[in-house]
Write a protein that binds this ligand. Structure first.
Ligand code: GLA
Length: 386
């Protein structure tokens, strides 16, 4: 990969430099969806697909960024003293957002840099934006010798989304990409940020990602609308029970106090947040007990709740999930990530995986009119220098 990156860099900028190389993974969430901005639990892992970067420091104030995924954009350049969001700068806005967050924390950039990236994260839903944010963080750590803790990188990257891009996301994606460990998922309590690395022992099963190829971006999706609905539901709940987030509610407490949610939409949004959080904890227990069948059933239940109560699924996701569930050897299937398009995650028997992919591909193409694609998950380390 390094040779390929070197070539991309040299062609993009037409010069040879002393180069540094970086990688930052994407993520798949096994369960615990739309719980992270509600103070609940999540259970994601990294995936081996991600974003590669190659960079070198400049001596002036200029920054130039090139992506091999968007060669038609050429390189995009700007000065260190002009970090305003610019729609025409596309993905490079994330780079600017990260720089601003470092500056906000007192780090000083004495000079700019040239950066070329190449990503292989398919479609939406596997967190290509958080992957990019953490890539830039580890790059700055090395290129400028910044002394920064992982958790600070994670928080800072989330702040880029919340304050600069305008997506009110939770901390899940940045957390797993920053803190991920080979062959481990992370069970994270987003309320306290306490977490456990959990070695994934799936016996004869593997995790299969299905990409619907239905595109969307969080900025134009109803993501922020869901965030706001949950905030409103929380305020109503707080009139009867002493909590700081919906994630603090047990199912019993929710059932006792749900009468304050007289609006049906708010009621269903909150019900999802509370039940999904509890389901995530139960799924973790099932996994610890080697009960994969229950884990799969919780995945199925999660999808139904996201579809009916939270209303973030879509025809493409539902079609793929339904088709998955009809295949022998599939014990659980759900949408993963924010929804509205993007990817599914399924727990499937290793021995059947090819048949399963064939059958679901065929089914999906026939019903939706364009193809989906499939990836077997391998879990690697979090963002790093290569
Ligand atoms: C996106 C956000 C995350 C999380 C998921 C849904 O990936 O970035 O913070 O809310 O959606 O679980």
């Amino acid at each position: 990969m390094k040779n390929e990156l070197k070539l991309i860099y040299e062609q993009a900028f037409n010069k040879k430099d002393d180069l540094q190389y970086f990688f930052s993974p994407g993520r798949v969430n096994l369960i615990g969806e739309h719980t992270d901005y509600n103070g609940g639990h999540v259970f994601p892992s990294t995936i081996s697909l991600g974003t590669y970067g190659v960079a070198s420091r400049r001596t002036d104030q200029m920054i130039r960024c090139y992506s091999a995924n968007y060669p038609e954009l050429g390189y995009i350049e700007f000065q260190l003293n002009n970090l305003e969001f610019n729609e025409n700068h596309e993905w490079v806005n994330y780079v600017k957002g990260v720089i601003l967050q470092f500056i906000k924390r007192g780090y000083v950039f004495e000079a700019g840099f040239d950066l070329a990236i190449k990503g292989n994260i398919p479609g939406g839903g596997l967190s290509s934006s958080a992957s990019l944010e953490l890539l830039i963080c580890v790059m700055f750590e090395s290129l400028y010798g910044f002394d920064i803790k992982r958790l600070e990188m994670v928080k800072l990257s989330r702040a880029v989304e919340n304050e600069y891009i305008g997506v009110n996301c939770g901390i899940m994606d940045q957390f797993i990409i920053g803190m991920g460990k080979k062959d481990h998922a992370i069970l994270l309590d987003t309320n306290t940020l306490q977490y456990k690395h959990v070695k994934l022992d799936l016996e004869d099963y593997i995790i299969l990602i299905g990409n619907t190829n239905k595109k969307r971006t969080l900025a134009d999706s109803k993501y922020n609308e869901r965030f706001n609905e949950c905030q409103t539901a929380l305020k109503l709940m707080q009139s009867v029970v002493d909590i700081n987030s919906l994630g603090e509610l047990t199912i019993e407490a929710f059932e006792t106090h749900k009468h304050v949610l007289t609006d049906d939409v708010l009621f269903r949004r909150a019900r999802h947040a509370v039940y999904e959080n509890q389901r995530t904890l139960k799924s973790f227990e099932a996994l610890e007990n080697g009960d994969l069948l229950s884990f799969g059933q919780f995945m199925n239940d999660s999808h139904e709740s996201l579809k009916d109560d939270y209303e973030v699924s879509c025809l493409e996701l539902d079609t793929m999930v339904d088709s998955m569930r009809q295949q022998t050897g599939v014990i659980g299937s759900r949408m993963t990530g924010a929804g509205f398009g993007g990817c599914t995650v399924s727990l499937v028997k290793k021995a059947n995986v090819e048949q399963i992919i064939d059958a679901v591909s065929h089914d999906y193409l026939k019903k939706i009119g364009y193809a989906g694609d499939f990836h077997i998950v391998e879990i690697g380390d979090g963002a790093c220098k290569l």
